[in-house]
Design a protein around this ligand. Structure first.
Ligand code: AMP
Ligand code: ZN
Length: 477
């Protein structure tokens, strides 16, 4: 108890975050002293999320945990894109959900529901906290229509045969909205452009349903039957649920070029505001330098990791080892190493949990560790350094077991590796002795006798696993 009280006392609220708007690390100053309003672009639910998508939600989970650790009350919205995202970024192509429906031989509504549930299950397996609000694009059609009407009233739109478009030339410095280099509009122009579009960067606010065909997801509107564009849904939901401006807007780094500038353009037009004050982007997960993309179809899902007998939290551990703004190069080998490290961490926690007989737990050195941990996570969410620090303290001979244990659980409020559920595994002395004897025979290369000991251990309900650091005794389940 005393220990917890002291930990709270030395926690200050300062957090530095890298803001894509300014391209700088800035001290977070929320609009409300005690609350942070956070919006994250959610999944497009036409297929399973891949581990790249999940990396982005893990980064946001860390952000949320750090904010809560700093005693902010977080209103966290994640949207579900269940309409409006087309197979091409250039406002051409099919709606991804309807395409998914044809593939799965289901209705668009069934597809959206199914992959939304699959996504929530993945989040749960990765110990990602649920947002305060899930917002579904199809539940916000009236708000999106109202927003578009307002843009029309303010003269930011034009109507062409396939829909109502936002005229980006009316926004000053459009290509530079996220502090990125001027957008390569020529590259956009090379892609087949919708006929009648004034500028390659203009985007659809409302797409009209093709004549003579019935779409599953379409709604009446002042411009005709159709559906809203993807870039509008986030502005409508975020402004409705969080107000404008709100504090933090998150997404993957791919959104820096198109989706987020388009959100900001609408917000500038409507509210003369950047929509959010801090824009945070997580870098991509790559495999052999190739970006993993849902639409390319060749993806690794969390289920594929589970099918290969990996613990989902080993993937979480792997993600923690790399800063969220650096590419994470995924390989099965790196996942295996992360799982080995997580196993060792669990063993260590189990061991100190068993041994923590000391009454007093808080030392000056322990407090220094805690302070360094807080500095790391407050410095743009540096989990990689914080994790290395955890290992350092676990090996530190100056700290008592109780203090190591308490600090580990404290750090785990951010890591989310569920260390508090680790049970003490009591290995009987007899088994430990047999394992040591086997080790001696192995060192002498007396394989036959070593094998007899191994079999004896197994007959008593335990087995041995050889690791790089020696061996591990495991109770048969
Ligand atoms: P989507 O379901 O495609 O709309 O993507 C959901 C989230 O995952 C978005 O924030 C994307 O920016 C992000 N994302 C997509 N691909 C990757 C990747 N390979 N690595 C990390 N994040 C990604
Ligand atoms: Zn969005």
């Amino acid at each position: 108890m005393i220990l917890i009280w002291q930990y709270c006392r030395i926690t200050d609220r300062m957090i530095k975050l890298h803001n894509t708007l300014t391209k700088k690390k800035e001290v977070l100053k929320p609009l409300d002293k005690k609350k942070v309003r956070l919006y994250a672009c959610g999944p497009t639910v036409y297929w399973y999320a891949h581990i790249g998508n999940l990396r982005t939600y893990l980064f946001q989970d860390i952000l949320r945990r750090v904010l809560e650790y700093k005693k902010y009350q977080v209103k966290h919205v994640i949207n579900i894109t269940d309409v409006g995202q087309l197979t091409s970024d250039n406002d051409t192509g099919e709606d991804k959900i309807e395409k998914g429906a044809k593939r799965d031989k289901k209705t668009a509504w069934q597809v959206a529901r199914y992959y939304t549930e699959a996504f929530k299950k993945d989040m749960d397996r990765l110990n990602i906290k649920e947002p305060s609000i899930w917002a579904k694009a199809t539940d916000y059609i009236p708000q999106q229509i109202e927003l578009i009407k307002e843009l029309e009233k303010k003269n930011y739109t034009y109507l062409i045969s396939d829909g109502l478009y936002f005229d980006t030339s009316k926004i000053k410095d459009y290509g530079n909205l996220l502090g990125a280099k001027k957008r390569d509009v020529k590259a956009g122009a090379r892609i087949a452009m919708v006929k009648g579009k004034k500028n390659p960067t203009d985007f659809a606010l409302w797409k009209l349903s093709p004549k003579n065909s019935k779409k599953e997801m379409e709604w009446p509107s002042p411009w005709g039957k159709g559906f809203p564009g993807w870039h509008t849904e986030c502005v409508a939901m975020a402004s409705d649920l969080l107000g404008v401006p709100f504090d933090i807007h998150c997404g993957g780094s791919d959104h820096i070029q198109i989706h987020h500038p388009n959100e900001i353009a609408q917000s500038k037009a409507l509210y003369n505001s950047n929509l959010a004050n801090y824009w945070l982007h997580g870098e991509f997960l790559v495999v052999d330098k190739n970006k993993m993309s849902k639409s390319k179809g060749e993806t690794i899902t969390l289920k594929s990791l589970i099918d290969e007998k990996f613990d989902p939290l080993a993937y979480r551990y792997l993600v923690l080892t790399t800063h969220y703004r650096s590419f994470l190069n995924f390989s099965w080998q790196s996942l295996k190493s992360a799982e080995n490290s997580l196993d060792s961490l669990r063993d260590k926690i189990s061991e100190i949990k068993e041994k923590k007989t000391e009454i007093k737990g808080d030392s000056k050195k322990g407090k220094e560790y805690l302070k360094r941990f807080q500095d790391f996570i407050s410095d743009d969410l540096n989990t990689a350094k914080a994790l290395a620090l955890l290992w350092k303290l676990l090996k530190d001979k100056d700290l008592s077991n109780r203090e190591k244990y308490n600090l580990s659980l404290e750090f785990d409020k951010i890591f989310g590796l569920d260390l508090k559920s680790i049970k003490i595994i009591k290995i009987p002395e007899k088994i430990k002795k047999l394992a040591q004897q086997r080790e001696i025979y192995r060192e002498k290369k007396d394989w036959q006798k070593a094998d007899i000991k191994r079999k004896e251990i197994e007959s008593l309900g335990y087995y041995l696993e050889d690791t790089v650091n020696g061996f591990k005794i495991i109770k048969k389940s």
